[in-house]
Design a protein around this ligand. Structure first.
Ligand SMILES: [Zn+2]
Length: 301
């Protein structure tokens, strides 16, 4: 099947006894019968990218999600007993039988995802991060959040004074000096320029209105002053993209992925390993890819 939708017939030719009559009718309406454009080119649900398999091309490090296709029914979550398919988006736990089969991703710092209590759990991609990187990622439901004012944290948010990751790393290196071989960690000496200027990164997973409400909270507002990071531009493949917003509005899991992917790229360049991408963070998009490809087949595009 040509899932790009190009020249994809919408019906088969009728070959019964009335074949000629059907064939003539078919030929008369061939311009209708043979679709040359994608079924859906641009909607709030989908943007056709015109590529054969955009996820595989961009993120070759994502493990095969085929075994998820074999799961047809739902099971009860061990903790909350709600009916779920792959994972519980309330408890952030995999369903029985999937533990050990879903990839794990090692992240260099902790990740807090703040969602507003009014957000609909099942529609967010934030649980994807907790499922594949449970040691590092947590979802915090506002207003039940930690006090970030005294933490070595950065907030990913496009504030007017937000720095890019590159600027943040460069400023830090400038502040700590070129060769400070003094930082001691776990008994071994590490150069401080191999360290990061933060040990926690905070994402907000909410509508704009709720985000403004969260940002005014005194436990998080100090991060706005000089601890915000703006991501470089990346095209989103999110299916809930809003028609009037730019394609660079990322879903939460895409934002987390690009934060760490860009960070790794900057560190590799700095260490003289530029140009080599080991795709170590691709599996953050494991469930994203599965849903993306399911919708891609469902809508024949
Ligand atoms: Zn549950």
């Amino acid at each position: 099947m040509d899932i790009t939708g190009k020249q994809m017939p919408t019906t088969s030719v009728n070959n019964c006894g009335n074949y000629r009559r059907h064939r003539n009718r078919h030929l008369q309406h061939q311009h209708v019968m043979v679709r040359t454009e994608p079924l859906i080119r641009n909607s709030s649900l989908w943007v056709n990218s015109g590529e054969a398999d955009p996820m595989a091309a961009r993120f070759p490090g994502i493990d095969s999600t085929d075994f998820l296709d074999a799961i047809t029914g739902r099971t009860s979550c061990r903790r909350c007993h709600r009916s779920r398919k792959y994972y519980c988006y309330t408890c952030y736990e995999l369903m029985d039988g999937l533990a050990g089969r879903v990839p794990r991703v090692a992240l260099p710092v902790d990740v807090d995802i703040i969602k507003h209590v009014q957000e609909v759990d099942g529609k967010s991609t934030a649980p994807h991060a907790v499922i594949v990187a449970p040691d590092r990622c947590s979802v915090r439901t506002f207003p039940d959040i930690p006090d970030y004012s005294d933490q070595n944290a950065v907030l990913v948010f496009p504030a007017p004074n937000a720095r890019t990751l590159q600027h943040l790393i460069d400023d830090y290196r400038h502040d700590v000096g070129p060769h400070p071989d003094s930082a001691v960690d776990n008994g071994s000496v590490e150069r401080a320029d191999k360290q990061l200027p933060f040990n926690r990164v905070v994402f907000i997973d909410s509508t704009w209105r709720q985000t403004n409400h969260i940002l005014r909270d005194p436990r998080i507002s100090p991060l706005l002053a000089n601890r915000t990071v703006i991501l470089s531009e990346h095209e989103s493949l999110f299916w809930r993209h809003q028609r009037d917003s730019p394609r660079t509005y990322l879903s939460t899991i895409e934002a987390i992925y690009y934060f760490f992917s860009d960070l790794q790229h900057i560190l590799d360049e700095r260490d003289g390993n530029g140009g080599h991408n080991d795709h170590r963070y691709d599996n953050l998009l494991f469930f994203f890819k599965h849903t993306y490809n399911k919708l891609r087949l469902k809508y024949n595009i």
